[in-house]
Design a protein around this ligand. Structure first.
Ligand SMILES: Nc1ncnc2c1ncn2[C@@H]1O[C@H](COP(=O)(O)OS(=O)(=O)O)[C@@H](OP(=O)(O)O)[C@H]1O
Length: 459
């Protein structure tokens, strides 16, 4: 009886046990009759149990195996068995049927899984993906997505704003990385910076709007990489994660690469201030002033000095809302690493980009698995007579305490969470106030100006 009981053990073991129980020489007609008799008896017992609404552990298990139910139904049966309770015949019968159906469904789903490059649901392939027709894309965004293909960038240069991102992006585009198309009179810099995730008006157009800008990248002359280099994305990790995650059903994590360049935060602020004063000077009175330019303006429209801006606007905004400040790198990077995985993010130092650009290019090439050639141009320098090339002690005293702790936090985070293996390790401490143009120029801010070269050190 023991041997016979082995026969109705879990299916994975059944063949082996049959062989052990009935060696070829002993496997007589009589033995076969025994087996058949056992099958019939068990079936009768089962039938009886189902009509008497009682199931015990052993009969349930044996029936499960004998009638070929799936492993999951075995698990289901053994779960039931721990209760050793009564079930209605109809509910037990139904469970069994459902299990068969489940298995069928599972099998069907398995065969429906993408197997070729033409069937790319959930897979980003050279940036081109197809999307599930039922997905809702974008937090708070309610348009239904149709079955057309989505084409999303597979490299994002997420910042930091004013950290040499134009130079890096230009070099990548020059080497054949695909850039966005612009439509309907959009400014040309939208080719590099699509501003989909950071500008609400564009974001609420939906992911198709974004994809549309990259569709040409996925044609016959398909490029290996598609890049969006919007440096304000540094602040939008969650939005980007959610959109990619929903559009690609989690598959993006294996393909999306993120690059970020970090610049000493006070120099970055100076550069951003210069950027805005430069552009404001080019505007005429009828031009619309972008929201992000307003905080360097007094209410009467005149531009405040960098000292004034540092001591009032910047100090207040960084203190009250640090996550809205790009220079609080540690917090932004923690969020990106958390959502995307640290190894998917290449963190570059602006100081290296400036002093050893070939080393920075080597890192990018290693990260992307490419052999892109050439050098970085000087891009987006915004040269003008009014450009601040140094800052006053007053501004420095206002800003240094705001960033000091956060810089330490950044070094610690990068030390404790190493990135991809080609990244600088340890990440170098920022050089004190490194403005991109070394020559000394006009100081818009009042107070004693420090000599750039004399003050250079690390913070
Ligand atoms: N090749 C190279 N190496 C190092 N630094 C460079 C390079 N090209 C441009 N720059 C300096 O980078 C600053 C502009 O950064 P971004 O291009 O990221 O600006 S933007 O956010 O896209 O507007 C801007 O800095 P500032 O001059 O201090 O404003 C540029 O001068």
């Amino acid at each position: 009886m023991d041997e016979q009981w082995h026969i109705i053990s879990p299916r994975s073991r059944r063949l082996v046990l049959m062989r052990d129980a009935f060696p070829r020489s002993n496997f007589t007609r009589k033995s076969l009759h025994h087996v058949l008799a056992l099958v019939v008896v068990t079936a009768v017992v089962m039938l009886h149990n189902s009509t008497s609404n009682v199931v015990t552990m052993n009969t349930s298990a044996s029936a499960t195996t004998l009638f070929g139910t799936s492993l999951s139904s075995e698990a289901h049966a053994s779960q039931d068995s721990t209760e050793t309770t009564s079930h209605s015949s109809s509910s037990r019968g139904k469970t069994k049927t459902e299990n068969w159906e489940d298995e069928g469904e599972r099998r069907e789903k398995r065969t429906r899984r993408p197997t070729s490059s033409n069937d790319t649901i959930g897979i980003i392939r050279n940036g081109a993906v197809s999307r599930p027709k039922y997905s809702k894309i974008g937090a708070g965004y309610s348009k239904l997505i149709n079955t057309k293909k989505l084409v999303l960038p597979n490299v994002l240069l997420i910042g930091a704003q004013k950290a040499g991102t134009s130079a890096v992006a230009d070099w990548l585009y020059h080497n054949g990385v695909c850039k966005a198309k612009i439509f309907d009179g959009e400014p040309t810099h939208y080719e590099k910076e699509v501003h989909f995730f950071d500008e609400d008006v564009r974001y609420h157009e939906g992911v198709e709007f974004y994809s549309h800008r990259f569709e040409h990248c996925a044609g016959k002359t398909r490029k290996k990489y598609i890049l969006d280099a919007t440096p304000r994305y540094l602040l939008f990790s969650k939005r980007i994660h959610d959109v990619y995650n929903q559009a690609l059903q989690g598959g993006f994590k294996k393909k999306l690469k993120l690059i970020v360049v970090l610049r000493e935060p006070i120099s970055r602020e100076v550069s951003w201030y210069n950027h805005r004063t430069y552009r404001l000077a080019l505007m005429n009175s009828t031009d619309q002033i972008h929201e992000s330019y307003r905080d360097i303006l007094y209410t009467n429209g005149t531009i405040m000095s960098f000292d004034e801006y540092s001591e009032t606007v910047l100090k207040e905004s960084i203190t009250e809302n640090p996550l809205n400040s790009p220079g609080i790198y540690s917090e932004h990077l923690k969020s990106w690493a958390n959502l995307f995985g640290r190894k998917r993010i290449l963190v570059l130092s602006y100081d290296e980009l400036q002093s050893k650009p070939s080393k920075a290019r080597w890192r990018i090439n290693r990260f992307l698995g490419t052999k892109y050639k050439g050098g970085f141009n000087k891009s987006n320098t915004k040269e003008s007579d009014n450009k601040i090339r140094d800052i006053s002690i007053r501004a420095r005293e206002a800003l240094e305490p705001l960033f000091k702790e956060m810089n330490e936090e950044l070094y610690k985070f990068l030390r404790d969470h190493p990135g991809p293996q080609m990244e600088q390790n340890p990440f170098p401490r920022f050089k004190k106030i490194v403005l991109a143009t070394a020559k000394k120029g006009k100081h818009l801010s009042e107070g004693t100006c420090c000599s750039h070269t004399a003050e250079c050190g690390t913070v």
